[in-house]
Design a protein around this ligand. Sequence first.
Ligand SMILES: *Cc1c(COP(=O)(O)O)cnc(C)c1O
Length: 462
Amino acid sequence: MQGPDRLRLPRVDRVAARPELDRARAALGERVVVDLVRAAISEVRRAVLVGGRAEPPDEAEVARDAQARAEAILTSRMRRVVNATGVLLHTNLGRAPLGAKARDAVAELASGYCSLELDLSTGKRGGRARFVEAALCALTGAEAALVVNNCAAAVLLLLAAVARGREVIVSRGELVEIGGGFRVPEIMAESGATLVEVGTTNKTRARDYERALEAHPAAAAILRVHQSNFVQVGFVERPALAELAELSRSRGLPLLEDLGGGALVDLSAAGLSGEPTVGASIAAGVSAVTFSGDKALGGPQAGAIVGSATLVEAARRHPLARAVRLGRLPMAALEATLAAYLDGSAGRGVPVLALAHATYDEVRRRAERWAEVLRAAGATATVVDTEAELGGGALPGRTVRSAALRVMPAECGVEAFAARLRGGRPAVVGRVQEGGVLFDARTVLDDEDELLLGRITGSLKG
Ligand SMILES: *Cc1c(COP(=O)(O)O)cnc(C)c1O
């Protein structure tokens, strides 16, 4: 290996001290800047030794490279985003936005200590998540409930508690991958349960489950999985949930269901019929259901297991439960979100529900208002009809009628316009389409009109 001197590479300390890196040093500290300079130098060393670069770069060039690396780190910090994509639960944008009460609850509980595990009536240690669990039972009709960090953790925990070292029966049509690395066969293997596949990709009948139960009499459970992010059409069949529940009851083993979405109320009034509710699964006789807090429920990232007291308590006692427990800030947001369902204000107070239930006329009128404001400011703005979707692994292929503002930038390219929109505060994310940027009015929160219009006019000017 040749030393830096033989290659005449710039010295780390000299580059790190250069004024180009002042801003990075102030924001990230000396240590990070030195590491970034080292990384930049080691890359040019490779370029010279292996890449055939003739001249080593000077200090200024290496400093510029380190500066770009620092910028990338600084801009990677999370930033508020106005979601004009038309996808209500956008995984890249943090899924469900919180309602005002949930935001206030987080702010209040984050600004001091809180009674997370203290019973204030007795002054003694109390259970975690009592309110949330009672609310989930009331809202779903389940006997018991447990909350964890996300739905993936809920599935892992439930399977580990109920079926470790034993077999679990799953239809071949439900061995799904949800995204972000969650695959049913893999999570099953991690839980220590053994997968028994039944049926075929497109058709699984009750008879297939019966045969599997005859061949595997010691099986721990039947697992049903919501297909979430894809649809099967054509020659397709699977037994009704109630039929499967009856079968598992008659054989004395539990029916588990990974619902993913976790709608607590029927969304058909919003034109999103077909998304099953947790309560319907419990009513159909499912022994334990797992679902997310930040999908159709419209709360923070969280996961829940609701169902029979025996199964829920088995999960609560399992050592993994401690490793996947919910933090106090999402707990605060979940409490406030569930409180809105209990007091009947969820339709207005849970943003995902409010946005989904807005009528097409309301959404269209809002987009028209935006267009008028922008045209008055000299922009080329029109309104087009669109189809918004729920997203978040619920109701794939199902859409809600919506409308979008369409802005054609006059002074820059459409990609540059979209990049400027993403680059500001708050960032604005729309959809680039046919030479313009579409801003779907279905997914922009009630109080974001001014923010959105301000950022659009600012980005048009450059
Ligand atoms: C989304 C989803 C999950 C994962 O939920 P997270 O809360 O993101 O962990 C698991 N199962 C199904 C069926 C899903 O749709």
